[in-house]
Design a protein around this ligand. Structure first.
Ligand SMILES: *[C@@H]1O[C@H](CO)[C@@H](O)[C@H](O)[C@H]1NC(C)=O
Ligand SMILES: *[C@@H]1O[C@H](CO)[C@@H](O)[C@H](O)[C@H]1NC(C)=O
Ligand SMILES: *[C@@H]1O[C@H](CO)[C@@H](O)[C@H](O)[C@H]1NC(C)=O
Length: 278
């Protein structure tokens, strides 16, 4: 029964194995029309934000387990109050979601990379990081590996966060709803920069974030996902574990799993961890 369900579900997903993209083949603008710009025949694309509007795009394909890479160059200069979001989400009240959000800052001050995971409509699983490079100077690769065992967030191949499937502890895991990729650049100066203290300086508009070289590996109806190594990956190897630990030690600025004040009734079940990686 479960197998049949999955087969039917996969049959509705797109057929592709390892695709490297072009805006036109993989995405469409879903917000702010003329504020999104497609360059070089779709090889590169930009979202802009000004006082009239922000902008966004979404994927044409749906994904139910995938390995996705996107190169992003964040808004340079004074980006305080802006947020560039890049995330996967399903629809509805009990939706699943895997989020990267980049909170801008004044020139020279660090961006915050905010991450979250929702399963069955429940989020509240924030982890935040500074980056070890200037994310506005060049493109960097932000990746999500999402398989039945785990979700791994990586930056330039360095894992920064792992959310493991802990259904054995009664924690729901995103695995039965397909998701679409979304990205948007918007005004979040109510909360984003230093808790909302620094507002957008509109004299610096338009704000521009750039995207290129999207790559995806995903399941297709004709392929048996279980043969794919990314699909079967159970955890990080020891080198990746060390890199993750390096990020956590040096760049992590918030982890909900350490926020005992926020959860007076006890930390969420998935925080009771076999490793520091969740
Ligand atoms: C915002 O950008 C759009 C598209 O480029 C432009 O038409 C509009 O006039 C701009 N608005 C402001 C307030 O600058
Ligand atoms: C996914 O599973 C959950 C829990 O088993 C259920 O509540 C939800 O309705 C399911 N969603 C879909 C799309 O099947
Ligand atoms: C902005 O810079 C300040 C000062 O360095 C820092 O405290 C803050 O975390 C930075 N990022 C954001 C998004 O506020």
């Amino acid at each position: 029964m479960a197998m049949l369900f999955f087969c039917l579900l996969f049959a509705h997903l797109a057929v592709f194995q390892y695709a490297s993209a072009n805006f036109y083949s993989d995405f469409e603008i879903n917000w702010g029309n003329d504020h999104a710009k497609i360059l070089d025949n779709g090889e590169q694309w930009q979202l802009t934000l000004n006082q009239s509007s922000g902008s966004g795009f979404k994927s044409k394909n749906e994904y139910l387990f995938a390995k996705l890479d996107m190169q992003i160059k964040l808004v340079p200069g004074d980006s305080a109050g802006t947020v560039t979001a890049y995330y996967l989400s399903s629809q509805g009240d009990t939706h699943d979601e895997i989020d990267f959000e980049f909170l801008g800052n004044l020139s020279g001050d660090p961006y915050i990379m905010h991450t979250n995971v929702f399963s069955q409509g429940k989020g509240n699983r924030e982890q935040q990081f500074y980056l070890w490079f200037d994310p506005t100077a060049d493109f960097h690769t932000y990746s999500v590996l999402w398989n039945p065992q785990q979700i791994v967030f990586s930056v330039d191949g360095t894992p920064v966060r792992v959310f493991k499937n802990k259904e054995n502890l009664g924690v729901t895991y995103p695995k039965n709803q397909s998701m679409i990729i979304y990205s948007s650049l918007w005004n979040a100066d109510e909360w984003a920069t230093r808790g909302g203290a620094v507002k957008i300086d509109w004299s610096k508009a338009p704000f521009v974030a750039s995207f290129q070289n999207f790559r995806s590996q995903a399941c297709s109806p004709s392929s048996d996902c279980s043969v794919n190594s990314w699909y079967n990956e159970q955890g990080l190897d020891s080198t990746q574990q060390q890199k993750l630990q390096w990020v956590r030690t040096n760049y992590m600025i918030y982890d909900y799993c350490s926020d005992v004040k926020r959860f007076p009734q006890g930390l969420p079940a998935e925080c009771a961890s076999d490793s520091p990686s969740t």
